[in-house]
Design a protein around this ligand. Structure first.
Ligand code: ADP
Length: 499
């Protein structure tokens, strides 16, 4: 009967807002509702969300997205969920109440504990099982922190009275009025207690982090009918049929379904994910190995790497240096020059991430002469975003042994055509910017739609994905080599700056 229902709803539970987006059969957006919620910073380096606000903001936008366009709940064939990853919640199974705020992925409170684990030599064990680098970012040490610091939590956990979940689990628990405690394999792969090779919670890691198994949700694939919403959430029961963490959902939403296909999101930072097919590739460049998705019995892995300062370089020139009033002015300024005239910017404003990994690097301009203008500085910053993405992608190619087939892009800074063309020129590969830039939400909708027969197969999805614009490489090899030579020279000189 699902064939007759014309819409799918994606829930996109992000770090700063909850959104509900309704898609039709053509993959077009018919309605969006969004609600921001509060960020709590109770201590230096701590970031929390109120679990009730996560749930109430999410459930209210579900209703709003229907009302906005006069859509009835019984016209929704199913729900797909995508979410901020790693953020950790623990609640009481009986009352359904969280015992502490959600500890957000950005939260650094467990950083020194993570360092002590590294010092004790656990890094290889963790990497070999989870594909991750020991870091406060991931859920495991956040779970442990709650068990250690909330009164009575450890005893209750031992007695099986508590449940752990990432945000997807929390939403589904609430959507089903406490009937269903599940997560999907992409979210599980970010907890640092899930073995991505054997596809199970890892007993040795649970012991290392002192986490009782009774807390854990059942791990499901990314595309199957898991359960139905409880009667009182919307007026009818709706199947929940897709789950993936935000970066993985974006990779699927971009339909990077073949090994060697990659997506980059150009936001404040840049987030790269490359499909490596059925093989979990171990990185030699400190990239993360992660589960891209599991559909049916088929699992796809990915390599993941991030650039700390992406669009933020433009934000800084706009707000910090006040070079121009709007981010989009950067394009005109850069295009007013035919060349960078030898000016380079290394945006190591917070150190350098993959593949350079130098916390002590700091930002620097190189090649400045009397002729250097604000246009040069702006152009250097835009080019720097592309150079950084180039370096991470090349590290991914080295690790996977697969050349990049095609790069698909999304995020606010992809509006900059100059930067996108420069990226294509540097990588010497085709770049495609899709028409529907809500790639995360549509990824969740695609996953749910496949499980429900709303869309027949991946071929049908491919026919829905259309590029708004393609960027074809035009640069000559020797020019590319010269630019990269000077960029890498600049990177080396910016390293190890603070003492
Ligand atoms: P986030 O989700 O991280 O907040 P967005 O995807 O909304 O980021 O993108 C915003 C970022 O993109 C900002 O850092 C901004 O400086 C940058 N940006 C927006 N428009 C442009 C543009 N035309 N050229 C370059 N950078 C841009």
């Amino acid at each position: 009967m699902t064939q007759e229902k014309p819409y799918l709803m994606a829930l996109d539970q992000g770090t700063t807002s909850s959104r509900a987006i309704i898609f039709d059969k053509k993959g077009q957006i018919v309605s969006v509702a969004q609600k921001d919620f509060k960020q709590y910073f109770p201590d230096s380096g701590w970031v929390e969300h109120d679990p009730n606000e996560i749930w109430t903001s999410q459930s209210s936008v579900m209703v709003e997205s229907l009302i906005n366009q006069g859509i009835r709940a019984d016209q929704i064939a199913g729900i797909g969920i995508t979410n901020q990853r790693e953020t950790t919640l623990i609640w009481d199974r009986k009352t359904g109440k969280a015992i502490y705020n959600a500890i957000v992925w950005q939260d650094r409170r467990t950083a020194s504990y993570c360092n002590s684990l590294k010092e004790k030599g656990h890094a290889d064990l963790v990497a070999s099982k989870t594909g991750l680098i020991i870091d406060a970012y991931f859920s495991a040490t956040k779970i442990r922190w709650i068990l250690e610091n909330v009164e009575g939590a450890r005893e209750k956990a031992k007695a099986g009275e508590l449940a752990f979940g990432t945000v997807d689990s929390w939403l589904i628990w609430n959507l089903t009025a406490g009937k269903t405690h599940i997560t999907d394999i992409t979210n599980a792969s970010r907890t640092m207690i899930y073995n991505i090779h054997t596809q199970e919670w890892d007993k040795e890691l649970l012991q290392l982090f002192d986490i009782p198994e009774s807390l854990l949700p059942e791990v499901k694939s990314c595309s199957e009918v898991y359960c139905e919403t409880a009667g009182d959430v919307l007026s009818v029961k709706i199947p929940i049929a897709g789950i993936a963490g935000d970066q993985q959902a974006a990779l699927f939403g971009q339909l990077c379904t073949e090994p060697g296909m990659a997506k980059t999101t150009y936001g404040t930072g840049c987030f790269l994910v490359m499909n490596t097919g059925n093989e979990a590739v171990k990185s030699e460049n400190q990239l993360l190995t992660t589960v891209a998705w599991k559909i049916g019995n088929e699992i796809n892995y990915a390599l993941e790497g991030s650039v700390f300062i992406g669009g933020a370089a433009i934000q800084w020139l706009r707000d910090g240096i006040e070079l121009f009033p709007n981010a989009k002015d950067s394009e005109k300024l850069a295009m007013s020059l035919d060349d960078n005239d030898g000016v380079y910017f290394v945006p190591a404003l917070t150190g350098l991430g993959a593949p350079h990994w130098d916390q002590n690097a700091r930002g620097a301009f190189f090649g400045i002469t009397r002729g250097t203008t604000s246009a040069h500085m702006t152009r250097a910053a835009l080019e720097a975003i592309a150079y950084q993405v180039y370096d991470v992608l090349k590290a991914m190619e080295k690790d996977s042994g697969k050349p990049t087939q095609e790069l698909r892009v999304d995020g606010g800074a992809t509006a900059n055509n100059f930067m996108m063309q420069f990226q294509a020129d540097l990588l010497d590969c085709e770049i495609k910017r899709p028409e529907i830039i809500e790639t995360t939400a549509i990824g969740a909708a695609f996953l749910a739609g496949l499980a429900l027969g709303f869309w027949k197969n991946r071929e049908e999805l491919q026919s829905l994905w259309t590029a708004d614009k393609s960027f074809t490489p035009q640069m000559e090899e020797n020019k590319r080599e010269k630019l990269l030579h000077f960029w890498h020279k600049a990177v080396e000189r910016s390293k190890d700056w603070i003492e």
